[in-house]
Design a protein around this ligand. Structure first.
Ligand code: TXA
Ligand code: MG
Length: 351
């Protein structure tokens, strides 16, 4: 049975935190909210506990986990040494949605790093995540709390839908505010390299570091051995087939409408992921079977926050085909497009 703990996200009730911490200390697995997405946590120093995460998610064993900490002091014990610029980045972006890949210490079991000699560390800013990590006095390994391959969970309900009965507890602290995962930045390469774009943008990193590289896998180029092993797997995939429609906005709208009509004629249920700027144009015939408005193009942060929930909603509405507009690949848009491209398995239609 999976314990369900509803919690106040701003002022977490201590007895619920203590209960969850006790489960973690005994080698259990607990899902908890972070500002990016929900994580599925276990004691990062206990290989057996960590293996339970992989089992519950159905995660391939060669995909390493991020280790979550709540104090700057914890870094010392978990890394072999601090790469240049690590301290600067921690001061500037922690707590927050930035994961730093650094040389690991012997304290970290192989299960966490999937045998790599590096470890990803992150200090989340969510009060529940912080309180939980503090209460355990342990580093907590936590991937996103979804079944492997599904869109990441941004609510407690998403977690339950995927993992009910497979994990010891869920702490439900309401919706995650960022909505896409942390930025994964490799500090072991000569130039710091973004392996996965996320809540901290390329532009923000560049302002601090000067030079930042972006791994080719980020923008959908096929690489045989991506640096972040997770980037090679099928990801964020709803049951329906996702197609991205890109180009000049007016032409995108016209093309999406034509595609809706064409698929519906062939008996398919069609969902459209639109923005508030384009939503009015999908109100009259041909009407999509399901329309989700992600947010305004002028506030891409709202689009990021709603994206994974929207993909899950398409499943609930039994969409066979999901047509999604693209956004500009700047700021948080880089992370949005990375997730959309993966959910579409690179099926992109030029309008
Ligand atoms: O926002 C987040 O990062 C969330 C919350 C729960 O903190 N966690 C998360 O974890 O997204 P996960 O496991 O779903 O994604 C971790 C990504 C994977 O693509 C993995 O391959 C990569 O980070 N990664 C982890 N450790 C790595 C390492 N040592 N070297 C390279 N990539 C690593
Ligand atoms: Mg994940």
């Amino acid at each position: 049975r999976t314990k369900y703990l509803k919690i106040n996200p701003l002022v977490p009730e201590l007895h619920k935190i203590r209960l969850a911490a006790k489960i973690l200390a005994r080698g259990g697995v607990v899902a908890f909210p972070t500002e990016t997405v929900y994580g599925l946590g276990a004691n990062a120093l206990d290989g057996r506990a960590v293996r339970r995460i992989f089992r519950a998610k159905g995660r391939p064993a060669d995909n390493p986990l991020i280790v979550h900490i709540a104090s700057f002091q914890d870094v010392q014990d978990l890394v072999a040494y601090l790469p240049p610029r690590a301290t600067l980045l921690m001061q500037r972006f922690w707590p927050g949605p930035l994961t730093l890949i650094m040389p690991r210490s012997d304290l970290i079991p192989d299960e966490v790093t999937a045998g790599l000699d590096t470890v990803g560390l992150r200090m989340p800013s969510h009060p529940v995540a912080q309180a939980l990590i503090r209460a355990t006095r342990l580093p907590i390994a936590a991937p996103s709390a979804n079944t492997s391959g599904r869109p990441s969970p941004t609510t407690g309900q998403h977690v339950l839908r995927d993992l009910r009965g497979k994990i010891d507890a869920v702490i439900d602290g309401g919706p995650s505010t960022v909505g896409v995962e942390s930025t994964v930045l490799d500090l072991t390469s000569p130039v710091p390299t973004i392996l996965r774009p996320g809540g901290i943008t390329y532009e923000e990193l560049q302002a601090v570091l000067g030079k930042v590289a972006i791994d080719p896998a980020v923008k959908g180029q096929q690489v045989e051995h991506p640096k972040a092993p997770g980037m090679k797997y099928k990801h964020y995939a709803p049951a329906g087939e996702v197609f991205l429609v890109t180009g000049d906005l007016e032409r995108v709208v016209a093309r999406v409408r034509a595609l809706v009509a064409a698929w519906q004629r062939r008996g398919r249920r069609v969902a459209v992921l639109a923005t508030s700027e384009t939503a009015p144009f999908y109100q009259d015939e041909p009407r999509p079977d399901y329309l989700e408005v992600l947010g305004s193009r002028r506030q891409p942060e709202t689009i990021a926050a709603n994206l994974f929930g929207a993909l899950r909603n398409c499943d609930r509405h039994h969409a066979d085909i999901i047509l999604a507009e693209t956004v500009k690949e700047e700021g948080i848009g880089l992370a949005i497009m990375n997730r959309l491209r993966k959910s579409a398995a690179n099926r992109i239609i030029r309008a």
